[in-house]
Every structure is written in structure tokens, then in C-alpha cells.
Design a binder for this molecule. Structure first.
Ligand SMILES: C[S@@+](CC[C@H](N)C(=O)[O-])C[C@H]1O[C@@H](n2cnc3c(N)ncnc32)[C@H](O)[C@@H]1O
Length: 305
């Protein structure tokens, strides 16, 4: 190819040189084009809870079916990016034909050069290795609570919040089923937090030390000299919940983070809910590091990375 290009440059002059330069500099596709079957598209949009207030970005959008379907069914605005110029033109034409050209745009662009900050939902049908390269960008650019819905390929040691398998008779590769997975981008709750709550003999000071790996929270709370581990800790976007046991029975905490404070409520037994406000006095780091080598599954082909 390069030899041909060199000959071409000599023989056909500037135009050929331009073509060869373009071919050499065009970014290579990371994943071949395989469309997501429409029943799977619908299941993905359902799992993502996609609605009219969302902005959906499909990374590697192919013929644009995911953003177009979201726009026609739910009025969702969105964008698709794909390296393949022909597919981008097909997607634009289909959006026009379906009357949603004002809601969805398509760009011929590398997904790794795409600004994701506007997205409330990101959809992918990419290889695991591509997802793993993408993962740090998702954490950098998406807001807590944003949803990521992937067809068949996971994000390594970041466990999905939900996963379903749907039947896909006649699927183009692998078994006749598709896996659909949902991740909700977690806010970072790691660090040292303090709050007070009224007790039988006055206010009780609490101090919690929390660690977080992706959406998985763990830690302990010290109150009145007693340390106890968080019970049933859960992070969903910017909302945290956990339980602590106390003299008045179990206390269920639920709150929303904003910067270095959490506001919410505590429910203790039959008591009326109490307001809860915690302040972070030392910020920790959410662990989003890749685990040990992850398995890459491409149809029936499995290899270690
Ligand atoms: C498996 S197809 C998925 C198409 C569509 N999202 C769907 O689910 O029907 C993957 C798409 O990603 C595109 N693609 C691969 N690498 C890309 C990259 N680095 N940037 C943008 N698009 C890319 C391919 O051209 C292909 O259309």
C-alpha cells in the first residue's frame, strides 16, 4: 500500500499525494460495524430510563439507530459519533426521514475526541478493550447520576448496577442472546465526614471514614466511643444510603452529596425522620483503577488482555 502510494505520488501528482496522506492519517476503527438489533435497542433505552430531558450520546453510532430511536420514541435529544463517514451520512438521512433531525446530530469523529460533558446517557456497543480505554474519560467528563448502557461488552472491574440477558434469534455473532448492562456514574463519597444527631443525653457527634471503589462504599462510623461498620451502604449517582445500629434501633441514612456536604434524613425506628447534614473534613479518592488483567470476550473468541 505504501509502495503503491509512493508510485502514485510520483505518477499522479498532488491529488494522489493528498489521498495517500489522508489514508495514512485517518484514525483506524476500533470496532467493526455490527448494528444492535432493534429489540435490544429498545431494551437498552428502557434500562437507561431514557426520557425527554436526557441528552444521549452513542459512541460509535453506526447507522444512528440508538439516538434516532430515543428521539422518535421519547423525544430525547442526542448525538452519535462514528469514524465511518458513510454511516454518519446514513444516520443523518434516517434522522431526516424520521423527522428527528432537530433532535439528533451525527458527527464523523473519533469517539475518543468527543466531549461527553453534555451527556446524561451514553450508549456503547464496543469491545471491552475500547471500553477500558474509554472508562477514565467517562469518570472525568460525566456527571454523577449519568447512565451508561452497554450492549454485550462490560467495563472490566467496574461492576454494572444492572444486567439483563435478552433473546436475539438469528444474532450476527455468538449465542442468540444479548447482554445489556447499566452503570450509574457514582459521586465520590470517600473521605472523613462529621455530623451530629440528637441523642438521649444531648447531641451525639459522629465521624465516618469512608472508602469507595467505583459505586461500592465501605467504612466505619465512630459515635460515643463506639465504632461500627456501615450497614447496607449504597451509592446511586449522587445519593448515598446506609444503616447504623443504635440504642433506638437501626437508623437508616439517606442523603444527596453536593461538594463537601451531604443533606438528607435519618429514620430511627418509629421516630419522625430527622434532618441529616454531614460535612466532609478530608476528601478521599474514589478508586477507579483497573483490576488485574481482564478477559476480553468477542463472540466465541476469548483472550486475556
Ligand atoms: C458495533 S458498531 C455499533 C453501532 C451502533 N452503536 C449500534 O449499536 O448499532 C461499532 C461502531 O463503532 C464505530 N467505531 C469504531 N471505532 C471508533 C472510534 N474510535 N470512534 C468512533 N467510532 C468508532 C464503527 O465504525 C462502528 O460503526
Amino acid at each position: 500500500m505504501i509502495a503503491q502510494c509512493r508510485r502514485g505520488v510520483l505518477v499522479r501528482g498532488v491529488l494522489t499525494a493528498l489521498f495517500c496522506w489522508q489514508a495514512a492519517s485517518a484514525p483506524a476503527s476500533d470496532v467493526p460495524y455490527v448494528p444492535t438489533p432493534m429489540p435490544v435497542v429498545d431494551a437498552m433505552l428502557g434500562m437507561g430510563g431514557v426520557g425527554p430531558d436526557d441528552f444521549l450520546i452513542d459512541l460509535g453510532s453506526g447507522d444512528g439507530r440508538i439516538p434516532i430511536r430515543a428521539a422518535t420514541r421519547f423525544g430525547t435529544r442526542g448525538m452519535g459519533v462514528d469514524l465511518d463517514d458513510h454511516l454518519v451520512r446514513t444516520a443523518r438521512a434516517d434522522a431526516q426521514q424520521q423527522g428527528v433531525q432537530d433532535k439528533v446530530v451525527f458527527a464523523a469523529r473519533d469517539l475518543f475526541d468527543t466531549d461527553l460533558t453534555r451527556a446524561t446517557v451514553v450508549t456503547t456497543y464496543l469491545y471491552n478493550s475500547v471500553n477500558m480505554r474509554l472508562r477514565p474519560r467517562l469518570f472525568e467528563q460525566l456527571r454523577p447520576g449519568a447512565r451508561i448502557v452497554s450492549h454485550d461488552f462490560d467495563f472490566g472491574n467496574w461492576q454494572p448496577d444492572q444486567k439483563i440477558t435478552v433473546d436475539v434469534p438469528g444474532k450476527a455473532y455468538g449465542p442468540p442472546t444479548s447482554e445489556i448492562m447499566l452503570w450509574v456514574v457514582p459521586a465520590n463519597f470517600a473521605g472523613t465526614w462529621q455530623w451530629t444527631l440528637p441523642g438521649a443525653a444531648g447531641d451525639v457527634r459522629h465521624e465516618a471514614k469512608l472508602e469507595q471503589k467505583f459505586q461500592v462504599l465501605d467504612g466505619s462510623v465512630v459515635a460515643q466511643g463506639q465504632r461500627q461498620r456501615l450497614g447496607e451502604p449504597q451509592v446511586k449517582g449522587d445519593v448515598v444510603s446506609f444503616t447504623l445500629s443504635g440504642s433506638a434501633g437501626a437508623a437508616r441514612y439517606t442523603g444527596r452529596i453536593s461538594g463537601n456536604s451531604i443533606t438528607g434524613e435519618v429514620v430511627r425506628g418509629e421516630e419522625r425522620p430527622l434532618q441529616w447534614r454531614a460535612v466532609r473534613i478530608k476528601t478521599g479518592k474514589m478508586d477507579i483503577s483497573a483490576g488485574p488483567a481482564h478477559r476480553v470476550v468477542i463472540g466465541s473468541l476469548i483472550k486475556e488482555q
